[in-house]
Design a protein around this ligand. Structure first.
Ligand code: HEM
Length: 447
């Protein structure tokens, strides 16, 4: 048959290759700055591809993520995170907002107070790993907010910690990402990949979420309680999917955000930051955690330098195409911004961008620009719904730790251990551990 004829196959191959090259070099995106290779291929780990453009500018952020329904939808990339086969429900958006914008500080205070001593103690033992403890802390925080009193207590309970590990240390994403970016390649190497990156299975987390979401007496401030309002018309699996999604979104992000930040302020080069923070905390023992300007600047600077989600957040250009930062981009092109770049590229707003310097947040010059370029939680209607909870968790933990302790890096740690390692969506310390020494503050040093 002609289709098995080698010359015929060669001609078809040539035509297809020619057509592909023509399609790539005639792409309207060819005029954009960027590596020329991106005209031809999608580099799996980078957000540059024949149909994908990344912006690192305020104009890009405003246009793509602008609130009020900018029309730029999230791409199928987010299907990778579907829980129980359901996407995050937009119908329940106001339930999420109700619950998360109004973090009941009283509960957070009580729960955190008892956790902080545990973080200090846990971080001293022979098996101590600050990174895991901070994940535990974040896990307990988010499950409280989801379904208190049915939340976890993983800082003290090893079985609960196992649930956290199952959700947070999930290596199936790499496998699913190859499937998303390159289905033909995945068909060839998928079997081999699954040896290293097992399909996602979280039976312990499922058990927790499925049973907690069946309870009808969770605290009034919880997301579960709000979602159970008939107005949202959500069935049990809708609520479970929503809660599992929040749980997964709220562990590594807050945990690793805190981890990188505490590591940085424990370095000799940043001990002046720790000291100024301690001075603020000691001078204001009765001031609420969200009314302390230096603490706020330290957290902002931590999230600027070490954004927990540094990667591009992909969206589709709406029908008809749009002009973004002066470039016309055709409809259905994937466009994005990424926190790692927007936090560094404008050196008027962020002079010496690689320097960890909380003081920059007090400079009047460029204050508005800095705020607008701050993209750690993304922005607009599909930005982080957990932002207020995350900030409360971070500030309360830092306040309680640095009111009592000075932290120093453990001698066994290396700089390489704490390099930001890209986990494709979030970042984590390359060595997967963070060992800090907690030394009680010497009060006479402050008198
Ligand atoms: C420092 C901590 C955190 C950081 C840096 C962070 C960052 C982000 C970012 C950048 C996004 C946007 C993704 C996109 O637009 O494509 C996002 C979405 C999201 N975050 Fe967070 N997050 C944090 C903590 C939390 C917590 C504690 C929760 C749990 C309550 C949470 C729940 C979510 C959810 C549910 C979404 C998806 C929203 C949607 O699709 O509409 N996050 N987060």
């Amino acid at each position: 048959m002609i289709i098995f004829n080698a010359s015929f196959l060669a001609v078809v191959g040539l035509i297809l290759t020619g057509w592909y090259i023509w399609k790539c070099i005639s792409s309207p995106l060819r005029v954009l700055p960027g590596p020329k290779t991106s005209l031809f291929m999608s580099l799996i780990l980078k957000s540059i591809a024949p149909n994908e453009v990344s912006f690192a500018s305020l104009e890009g952020i405003k246009e793509i993520y602008g609130s009020g329904g900018s029309g730029y939808d999230k791409t199928e990339f987010y299907d990778l995170f579907k829980a129980y086969g359901r996407s995050l429900s937009r119908g329940s958006q106001s339930a999420q907002e109700d619950s998360l914008n109004d973090v009941p500080s009283l509960l957070v205070e009580v729960w955190t107070y008892s956790s902080v001593g545990t973080i200090g103690e846990a971080s001293q033992g022979p098996d101590a790993n600050g990174e895991e403890d901070l994940h535990d802390y974040a896990f307990d925080g988010v499950t409280h907010q989801l379904f208190h009193p049915y939340g976890s207590d993983s800082l003290r309970n090893a079985q609960h910690e196992d649930i956290m590990k199952q959700v947070a240390f999930d290596d199936s994403l790499q496998n699913r990402l190859v499937q998303y970016y390159n289905p033909p390649l995945h068909r060839i190497i998928g079997q081999a990949l699954s040896i290293f990156a097992k399909p996602r299975e979280t039976p312990l987390a499922d058990e927790l979420v499925l049973s907690a979401t069946q309870q009808t007496d969770s605290a009034q401030f919880t997301l579960l309680n709000r979602m159970q309002d008939k107005v949202y018309n959500m069935d049990h699996m809708d609520m479970a999917a929503e809660c599992l999604d929040h749980m997964a979104a709220g562990i590594d992000t807050t945990g690793d955000g805190l981890c990188f930040l505490m590591w940085e302020i424990s370095q000799p080069r940043s001990l002046h930051v720790q000291r100024r923070l301690q001075e603020e905390l000691m001078a204001n023992p009765d001031v609420a955690f969200d009314k302390l300007p230096y603490l706020d600047a330290v957290v902002s600077e931590g999230l600027r330098c070490f954004p927990a989600i540094p990667m591009s957040l992909p969206r589709y250009v709406p029908r008809g195409g749009r002009t973004i930062d002066g470039f016309f981009i055709p409809e259905h092109t994937i466009v994005s911004c990424q926190a790692y770049s927007t936090h560094r590229i404008d050196q008027t707003a962020f002079p010496q961008p690689d320097l960890f310097n909380p003081e920059r947040w007090f400079e009047e010059e460029g204050a508005l620009e800095r705020k607008r370029l701050f993209f750690a939680f993304a922005s607009g209607g599909r930005g982080c719904v957990g932002k207020h909870l995350a900030l409360a968790e971070m500030k309360i933990l830092l306040r309680d730790v640095y009111s009592k302790f000075t932290t120093l890096p453990d001698g066994s740690m290396t700089d390489e251990d704490m390099e930001m390692s890209d986990q494709l969506i979030s970042s984590q310390p390359r060595g997967k551990k963070c060992l800090l020494r907690f030394e009680p503050i010497k009060m006479d040093a402050y008198s």
